[in-house]
Design a protein around this ligand. Structure first.
Ligand SMILES: *[C@@H]1O[C@H](CO)[C@@H](O)[C@H](O)[C@H]1NC(C)=O
Ligand SMILES: *[C@@H]1O[C@H](CO)[C@@H](O)[C@H](O)[C@H]1NC(C)=O
Ligand SMILES: *[C@@H]1O[C@H](CO)[C@@H](O)[C@H](O)[C@H]1NC(C)=O
Length: 314
């Protein structure tokens, strides 16, 4: 009798699994078989098998996105992007990934122009030729995201807002709450700063950042892309209109400021931080408010000066 019940249970488990053979963390994946197996095309005739119980590594996501853009496939399936969506191809290239989805230290975007990246796949050196050497992949140890919430949300209880943000991140991206080290709120600019630090964990914070960027700027990468990133404070949902991501590497980047060119929708600014890691590479994915811009420009100049000093002293 007991074994019969077990069989029944097994059968129903199998049935649900077959029904749910989808990749929750990647809507462009194709899945089939039993056990369910999901793959995504990342280049002509190249399919990458995915572990859908976790977030998909950023390197694979970028490859898939480049492939889809090349083939004229939608990179934002699910119809119309949100009102706040805009085209953002800057910073995107077709990366070389290790078998486990980690970025290779040297990237050439299928061309003969190469550069070195950090573990978030962000360029941290000047561009060079095919003979450029990148000795190792420098770890991005800290990521600061600046979330700007939409107007009309009146958030008076900062403590509640903070815990709602942490809860939303932990649940949505399946990360440990120790990863979120700080949440700050500036009511006037509607900005929430969220610090993610790698610490002792093995989590790839850059991947979390990439999912967040897509969640806020375009459409979620999750299978159910109508489920928004929307922390709930006093049963009111907070929605966001913009996100900026700052990357802090374990070692300062080595590019010269002059060679950093501003893209149409993206500007790269290097900010000097007096604390810990030294330098922050900042991606601004749309025009900043003037005041913030001046502040950054100030800091950029500082860095420029430091680098000039270094150049003249070496
Ligand atoms: C990479 O190559 C693609 C296609 O050739 C191009 O559109 C894109 O701008 C390049 N990206 C970078 C960062 O060089
Ligand atoms: C996706 O999420 C939305 C909003 O939470 C929900 O209404 C909908 O039923 C979900 N769809 C699927 C297929 O799970
Ligand atoms: C807030 O979001 C939750 C899911 O995160 C949803 O179930 C609920 O309907 C939303 N509430 C409002 C008022 O939009």
């Amino acid at each position: 009798m007991r074994s019969f019940v077990v069989l029944l249970v097994l059968a129903s488990v199998a049935a649900t699994t077959a029904q749910n053979c989808v990749c929750n963390t990647m809507k462009w994946a194709t899945c089939d078989g039993s056990p369910c197996e999901c793959k995504i095309t990342i280049a002509d005739q190249v399919k990458q098998t995915l572990e859908c119980a976790k977030l998909i590594p950023k390197c694979f996501l970028m490859k898939a996105e480049m492939y889809r853009a090349k083939k004229g496939l939608s990179t934002r399936s699910g119809g119309k992007p949100t009102d706040h969506a805009f085209v953002d191809n800057d910073g995107i290239y077709d990366p070389d990934c290790e078998a486990n989805g980690v970025f290779k230290a040297k990237q050439c975007n299928n061309s003969d122009i190469c550069w070195c990246v950090n573990s978030a796949g962000v360029r941290r050196t000047d561009k060079g030729g095919l003979d450029l050497k990148c000795e190792k992949l420098v770890e991005t140890v800290w990521m600061q995201t600046q979330l700007k919430h939409t107007e009309g949300v009146n958030l008076n209880d900062e403590a509640k807002l903070k815990s709602a943000i942490v809860k939303a991140i932990v649940e949505r991206y399946s990360v440990d709450d120790a990863l979120v080290t700080e949440v700050k709120y500036d009511k006037d600019s509607r900005t929430i700063l969220v610090d993610l630090k790698k610490g002792a964990s093995n989590v790839d914070i850059a991947t979390v950042g990439y999912y967040m960027e897509k969640d806020i700027k375009v459409l979620p990468l999750f299978y159910n892309d109508s489920k928004k990133f929307s922390p709930s404070v006093d049963s009111k949902n907070v929605t966001f209109e913009n996100i900026l991501v700052y990357y802090v590497d374990a070692e300062p980047p080595t590019f010269t400021m002059k060679r950093l060119t501003a893209g149409v929708v993206a500007v790269i600014v290097v900010v000097v931080l007096a604390i810990v890691a030294g330098l922050v590479v900042l991606f601004i994915s749309r025009k900043r408010e003037k005041s913030a811009m001046y502040q950054k420009a100030e800091q950029t100049r500082e860095l420029d000066e430091i680098q000039k000093e270094q150049l003249t002293s070496s």
